[in-house]
Design a protein around this ligand. Structure first.
Ligand SMILES: C[S@@+](CC[C@H](N)C(=O)[O-])C[C@H]1O[C@@H](n2cnc3c(N)ncnc32)[C@H](O)[C@@H]1O
Length: 393
């Protein structure tokens, strides 16, 4: 495929992350052409797709449109997929994986659809090259996505391969870790840009603090990954990719030259702190984060105000709720007593528990953590008397 060939690029994300993805794509200079639930579309080249893979913090996959066609039956699908010049994209010694999904009355088995697409690809290459590529479920090489909605089909080259949320830094997980892309969206929603301090009590495996560190350092998350789907496309321009990486490193250096504001991450669990420290090291931002094992209420708060962000557990089992009610009430006290002048945020999936904080919420920002509807609750922690807080609550 020619690197200058333009087509639709569809970038997917988890539900609720669309506004942040759109903001990111806009700030990379792209004109947004369409917005849908869990996707944003632009027009661009394969080089644009590579760059998006490098820079985007909230995206799941960057998909480059190869073909679209009317499709009523599996036979239509096979025929149209065979029209694509796969031999110019994939080596007969390569490995292909197909992901199929959508909404069509003709289909009740998406595995069958992915097999049909895979057959069309490998049959065409076998016909031209005399050998067929391997195929299977692994997403580490050449990945094709097929969406079949009603009577229309879209065929994409998945230039990311594995999900972009798999940054590769969270080698030591702790309980209930947030997806990296969700954590990035949550940090973006707080308005944090690295120019103010950020405090993250209850940091767990450190995802929020690490994503904040990556933002503060101006470090694109794609620099952490060594494998993307586009690298397995025939004619992959490694020199162009290395130049993009060098450019990204340079941008990182520019931002890093400014004054460094502290990021403080604490957790009462010693294992969480050790995991978070190790993960931050792998992400290359450990020098930006101060870790401490302590109860959240003992977290040191710098004198310059900034963002204080907590992701407490929200309790799946009944027995936990009583204890968590107390924790949420204590978070309210911590905000009032220790964080005047700061902007407080609580990420939770349990609105009943959130009420126990007892402070006025100035904004409720919707998110999803997997299937759970969550809110990022914002609290303006004005400097003032405790009586004023009590009145507001
Ligand atoms: C939902 S997890 C945070 C997950 C984190 N956002 C991540 O991505 O890994 C909540 C964390 O709060 C910590 N925690 C619970 N109660 C605490 C307390 N009283 N003081 C400090 N940390 C506490 C737990 O040890 C756990 O690591």
């Amino acid at each position: 495929m020619s690197p200058d060939q333009s087509n639709i690029i569809r970038v997917t994300c988890a539900p609720g992350l669309e506004p942040y993805l759109e903001q990111e794509m806009g700030s990379l200079g792209h004109a947004i052409e369409a917005k849908q639930e869990t996707a944003v579309e632009i027009t661009g080249t394969l080089a644009d797709a590579m760059k998006l893979n490098l820079y985007l913090r909230t995206a799941n996959h960057v998909l480059f449109l190869l073909s679209e066609f009317p499709c009523l039956t599996p036979e239509d699908l096979y025929r149209h997929v065979s029209f694509v010049e796969w031999e110019k994209l994939l080596s007969p010694d390569g490995y292909v994986s197909v992901v199929a999904g959508g909404d069509s009355r003709a289909i009740n088995n998406w595995v069958f659809v992915s097999q049909k697409v895979k057959d069309a690809i490998v049959d065409r290459i076998a016909e031209v090259a005399g050998r067929r590529p391997n195929a299977g479920p692994e997403k580490h090489a050449f990945v094709v996505n097929c969406y079949w909605v009603k009577d229309h089909c879209w065929l994409y080259l998945n230039t990311s391969g594995q999900k972009l949320s798999d940054r590769g830094y969270r080698r030591v997980p702790h309980k209930a870790p947030m997806r990296e892309t969700l954590a990035a969206g949550v940090v973006m929603a707080t308005g944090y840009d690295g120019t103010q301090p950020l405090v993250n009590p209850m940091c767990g495996s450190g995802t929020l603090a690490i994503e904040a560190g990556l933002i503060a350092a101006g470090r694109p998350p794609g620099l952490l990954r060594s494998n993307f789907g586009f690298m397995h496309v025939l004619g992959f321009d490694d020199a162009a990719w290395q130049a993009m990486r060098r450019e990204a490193h340079k941008a990182k250096g520019d931002k890093g030259a400014g004054p460094v504001r502290p990021i403080i991450a604490t957790d009462m669990d010693d294992r969480a702190i050790r995991a978070a420290e190790q993960n931050a090291k792998t992400a290359g931002v450990d020098h930006l984060i101060e870790f401490k094992q302590c109860d959240f209420a003992d977290t040191p708060i710098p004198s310059d105000p900034g963002v204080v962000l907590l992701n407490p557990e929200y309790g799946q089992r009944l027995g936990e709720i009583g204890e968590l009610e107390n924790t949420y009430a204590r978070i309210g006290d911590f905000f009032k007593q220790n964080c005047p002048g700061w902007t407080g945020f609580i990420f939770t999936g349990n609105p009943a528990l959130a009420k126990k904080v007892g402070l006025r919420v100035s904004r409720r920002i919707p998110f999803f953590n997997g299937p759970i509807e969550c809110r990022l609750l914002k609290y303006e922690l004005y400097t003032g008397t405790r009586e004023k807080y009590a009145k507001e609550a």
